[in-house]
Design a protein around this ligand. Sequence first.
Ligand SMILES: [Zn+2]
Length: 474
Amino acid sequence: MEKAKLHVFFRRVSTKGQDITIQEAADLYYREKLQSENIMIINENAISANKKSINERPEMQKLISLITKNKVSALYAFDRSRLFRDHYEGMEFNDLRLAYNVKLIYTSTGNGHIQASNDIFVEGLLNMFSDIEGKNIARRSEETRRRYPPQIMGYKKDKDTKTYSKDPNKKEYIDQYFTALTYVNTIDELRAVVKEYQKNLNCSSELSLINMASNPFYAAYDLEKGTNRLSHVDPYITLETFNQLQETKSELFKTYVKQVEQQKLQVAMYAPICGYCKKRLNYRHNKDSNQGFFTCSRKEHAKNKVKIPFSELEKVIDFALQEIVHKLDYKLLSLHSVKSFKKIKDQTEAEISAINSKIKELTEEIVLSSRHYSEDWKNDHRYKKVNSLKMERRKLLEEITLKEEFLQNNKKLSGIVQSYLSDRSKVSSTLLYSLFINQVFIYEDEVDIEVFTFNYLRDLHTEMIYVGDESAWN
Ligand SMILES: [Zn+2]
């Protein structure tokens, strides 16, 4: 006798323990009618069908493998969103189960779900709706994160009651921080406040303090869609204070965030190098002075003070860039670029034309000499020669393109220098840096800046004395 096929109950739980009971209750009606040896239950935990493809879901793989081995007679699921991420997956799965004659039963009929049909068109439509449902789930979980963040500065979360009470260790500082923010009027004042409380609250990122100031959770509200009071949160500020803060300071907050991001970019761009061991310096943050600085990872070099605060390096580079821009003979640079490009181009084109005639010559020779078709024509030395000539030609063409890019760059550079000289604010220092500076080396009491256009710098002092800001070092 053929072994009876399985009835598979496929359950999914996206958030811990949230709705497994509902699914169990819904499929009980079907399970009661079956022999226990014919029942197989597959619980898929903690992965959302909305995010992962069927291939990334091992339980789903198991189910598919059972189906393809012809071991499944019916499949039970709560609704479509438990099974598929989107319409296409749904269609594919549906093809598979029809091919193996597996009945599909949705157990949540009471909730307005339509039973699976064997009509591919209808099933396709239903899967599309499941698609929409999946997106709703994503939206819902985003809302959950907003209203029930797993962790949030200044709060202790009670896992059982799902309430948020103020963290006694941080409570006072946070109260003070919000008060201090209301007095802030300039970006420098804001920076000072953020740095102070970053230290007090032992917080690694200054941006998280700005996020805190713009998060209505601290007023116990969710303002994403309408005004929703969160009764499970003990507020630090009132909604009025929150709104006022946004109205009066949001521009400052935005500017601040931009500046922090700009600095990150600069840190990556400067990437200074240790003058002694030629290793890239590390970027660190000094908690006490709230200063970022670069230092060599080798202890003996760090001891020798291969160490420079970010703000100091920025000033040194700015100082050097100004010198460079003012001393750059951009007219001469332009002229030389154009002239040398023309010269290189003429030369290269002459070479290419010589190669072309050589290729032509060899090709004719091959054609004329071979009266019979030869199996190993590819091994003919002339054929090989033609190929290598073609390669050479391609390289020369690439070279011209590259040189032309240089020329364009130099033209661009002249333009940028001119606009910088007429109005400094028009040109960003990061652009200037990328145009002029190749590398920066840090020594004990010297910064070496390697410049690209050195030959076009008139009367540039190769050594410049920069009087630093003592306070930045402490
Ligand atoms: Zn070093």
